[in-house]
Design a protein around this ligand. Structure first.
Ligand code: FES
Length: 99
């Protein structure tokens, strides 16, 4: 079992592996903009993973391209629609919604 801890709203959510951050947030009434509908094309869903980034899937070339366009290529920045847990974490994964 792993948990996301969303900041600055201070919400802790139990999460499943292989489900995108965007899907998890929407299921729990946490708003993350997603103007392109989760197709890695709009940059509106950028989030920052403060703790636990090593537990996520690798950044694809398309996601990397989009993050580069937004000048958010540093470790920890992800598109919520394309990132999901691939490993369990015993510590809370900390995610900033306001990047
Ligand atoms: S929702 Fe558009 S890039 Fe993620």
């Amino acid at each position: 079992m792993s948990y996301f801890y969303f900041l600055p709203i201070k919400r802790k959510i139990l999460v499943e592996k292989y489900k995108s951050i965007l899907d998890i947030s929407l299921e729990n009434d946490i708003l993350i903009e997603h103007n392109c509908g989760g197709n890695c094309a709009c940059l509106s869903c950028i989030i920052y993973v403060k703790r636990g980034i090593s537990k996520f899937n690798k950044v694809s070339n398309k996601e990397k391209y989009q993050l580069k366009k937004a000048k958010k290529i540093k470790r920890g920045y992800r598109l919520a629609c394309k990132s999901y847990l691939v490993k369990e974490s015993y510590r809370d994964i900390v995610i900033y919604l306001n990047k």
